[in-house]
Write a protein that binds this ligand. Structure first.
Ligand SMILES: [Zn+2]
Length: 379
């Protein structure tokens, strides 16, 4: 009965999609009292679509359907997810409590191959694997805007230790930042072995993009010639915020996969010229903002609702009889165990280094604060 009710609700939400998307964005914080005159009534009568991350975060088993990535990297879900085994000959999965080692079989195959090749061919000791996707993909409660369709994976830049880590160690261990300061890598930490690993990771045709911190991209541009003549792989490696202790691999959709949305393929631009200069300017401004007393943290977009996801994600969510928690506005309501477990885990790595006050004084002097750029790595 409950299931029927939920099914009906999800269908309703799906139907309300267009209206919802055109309406005012749902705010995470309390809505401001002042509203445009014409609209307030319409909102009350319309069924409010539930926030998707609460529902997808509660699932503990994959949707028993054929494996499919549905929608886009930052707006989709995963049917028939496959788990990357937590231990392999050349990899170990970290933060097991999050239960995010799920992906499209294309991603699982890729990771197993990369782990083995990087070990055998480049001497990388083994991969520590961070988040892939949730069991049914979808938006997450914390940490990522993408990783929704089982084609994204975070890989630590910390080599795998020469032992099987205990479950506790996989929760406690923290990845090491490659940065010496907000703008450059520490050459003692970021080595040629890292360059080889990222080059290897980018070398497979199914890889669409790899995201690394702009300082890492700069180091790769500078050192690429030390690891071979070919530099084409650099074009797939894109700078993005926060990827300073891990890199993020994004695979293209499996060929012919219906409803799976690729990004525009990368062009031949290696991204070692103008792009890096632009990023350096953005990094500088962001670092100055962050070093100021009382710096505000980034405010993300409002969380995605079920109505904003592809319609089929409603089916993926409830497949096999899974009953997602009833949507509630009540912040204090008890959360499902899977949600609590994921929320309790600690960040995989440290925050980016902050400027010292002396560095801040040296850098400021001209120019005011700038608007902070969008955080979703869709470039
Ligand atoms: Zn990632």
């Amino acid at each position: 009965m409950l299931r029927l009710f939920l099914g009906l609700m999800l269908v309703m939400y799906g139907g309300a999609a267009t209206a919802q998307q055109l309406g005012p964005p749902q705010s995470v914080t309390k809505a401001a009292p002042a509203k445009p005159k014409a609209k307030p009534k319409a909102k009350k009568t319309r069924a409010k679509s539930p926030v998707a991350r609460e529902l997808f975060g509660a699932a503990t088993e994959p949707a028993p359907l054929a494996a499919r990535s549905i929608g886009g990297y930052a707006k989709g879900c995963l049917a028939g997810g496959v788990a990357l085994p937590i231990n392999g000959p050349d990899w170990q999965v970290m933060r097991l409590l999050r239960n995010r080692n799920w992906g499209n079989p294309r991603l699982i195959d890729y990771l197993e191959r990369l782990a083995s090749d990087a070990h055998a061919l480049d001497g990388w000791p083994g991969l520590l694997i961070g988040d892939l996707s949730q069991v049914r993909g979808g938006p997450m409660l914390q940490g990522h805007t993408s990783h929704q369709v089982g084609l994204d994976a975070d890989i630590w830049l910390t080599p795998m230790p020469d032992r099987i880590l205990t479950p506790e160690a996989r929760e406690d261990m923290t990845a090491v930042s490659m940065l010496g300061d907000p703008f450059s890598v520490d050459p003692e930490i970021f080595t040629l072995l890292h360059v080889k690993l990222i080059k290897r990771a980018a070398s497979y045709p199914q890889v669409a993009r790899i995201f690394v911190h702009p300082a890492i991209k700069k180091a790769l541009c500078q050192q690429a010639s030390k690891v071979g003549k070919d530099k084409g792989w650099l074009g797939k490696v894109r700078p993005w915020w926060n990827h300073h202790y891990h890199f993020h691999v994004r695979l293209s959709c499996p060929p012919g996969a219906e409803g799976c949305q690729n990004q525009k393929p990368v062009t031949g631009n290696l991204g070692c010229g103008r792009d890096l200069t632009d990023w350096n300017a953005m990094l500088k401004k962001a670092a100055i903002e962050m070093a100021k007393p009382g710096a505000k943290s980034w405010k993300g977009k409002p969380p995605l609702t079920m109505a904003q996801l592809p319609k089929e994600c409603g089916t993926v969510l409830t497949a096999g009889g899974f009953e997602p928690p009833l949507p509630t506005e009540d912040e204090t309501a008890e959360k499902p165990a899977a949600v609590l477990a994921a929320l309790q885990t600690k960040d995989a790595g440290p925050p980016v280094p902050v400027l010292t006050q002396a560095q801040l004084r040296a850098l400021t002097g001209k120019g005011g604060p700038m608007p902070l750029p969008d955080r979703n790595p869709m470039r």
